[in-house]
Ligand binder design. Structure first.
Ligand SMILES: Cc1cc2nc3c(=O)[nH]c(=O)nc-3n(C[C@H](O)[C@H](O)[C@H](O)COP(=O)(O)OP(=O)(O)OC[C@H]3O[C@@H](n4cnc5c(N)ncnc54)[C@H](O)[C@@H]3O)c2cc1C
Length: 226
């Protein structure tokens, strides 16, 4: 289903259903995501290294702001694991304990935003920092504000409403149920002579060649059998 402009269609799923073979719900993945309730269009084009977390899964890679949401390798990878009802949490300063950084500079006569701008692009700091904290100096900021700021930058919670859809997705989550297939040959257990390999099967890998590897190695295994 993903990337229809290169010729992808639902043909494989239709064949499976025609033979009463179970197909698990499909959805676009390795795909950019759209913000649910925030608009950071001003940051469009900006990239920064983060750790993206969702449940037990995390990826340390770049994120890229788009007009409507986020893309970049960290977001594509986490899209494979995203539960649509759950926020994705980004550590915008993966090597820095922001609470400690703010505390260490507590006496300095320096604004919070200026300190953070020496670690991150200023546009990003201005966009993420809550209004009241923006102009406070580190010396005057109440502890609760420092905690709030630290939390925002080390654990930026983002809710996404949707993905950018099939035309931007590199892979399809879901597909032909692996329980229906021989793991040695990929032949259907119900329909001798019918094989499913590659993307159409309910197997999805990370970015970085795992999906090609799956498609090619299953093609080889199937080829040995036919
Ligand atoms: C933009 C993009 C980037 C990607 N980057 C990576 C990456 O870096 N690493 C990675 O591992 N994976 C990547 N993938 C995923 C990877 O391309 C797929 O997982 C892989 O190509 C799946 O191989 P496949 O042979 O199962 O299906 P496909 O490559 O989709 O091949 C299916 C073929 O069947 C043809 N076809 C469709 N219907 C019919 C029909 N009725 N009759 C005859 N032929 C038909 C289609 O035209 C197509 O050529 C990327 C995908 C996209 C879209």
């Amino acid at each position: 289903m993903s990337f229809p402009k290169v010729g992808a269609t639902a043909f494989g799923y239709e064949i499976a259903r025609q033979f009463d073979i179970n197909v698990l719900k499909t959805r676009p993945s390795l795909v950019p995501l759209r913000f649910a309730d925030s608009n950071h269009a001003a940051l469009s084009g900006l990239a920064t290294e983060t750790i993206a977390r969702c449940g037990a899964q995390e990826f340390r890679e770049n994120i890229l702001f788009t007009h409507r949401g986020l893309s970049g390798p960290a977001v594509l990878q986490i899209s494979n694991y995203r539960n649509p009802r759950q926020a994705v949490v980004f550590d915008l300063l993966p090597d820095t304990d922001v609470r400690e950084l703010l505390e260490t500079n507590r006496d300095a006569n320096r604004k919070i935003k200026n300190l953070l701008s020496s670690y991150l692009p200023q546009r990003l700091v201005n966009e993420i920092l809550p209004g009241p904290a923006s102009d406070l100096s580190l010396g005057n900021a109440p502890v609760e504000v420092l905690e709030q700021v630290a939390n925002l930058f080390n654990s930026w919670e983002v809710k996404f409403s949707d993905t950018e859809g099939w035309h931007k997705a590199e892979v399809t989550l879901g597909g032909v149920d692996t329980d229906e297939l021989s793991s040695k040959t990929m032949e259907s257990k119900k329909v001798p002579g019918l094989y499913f390999i590659g993307e159409v099967v309910d197997v999805t890998g990370w970015q970085g060649g795992y999906n090609f590897q799956w498609a090619w190695s299953r093609g080889f295994a199937c080829g040995q059998s036919v």
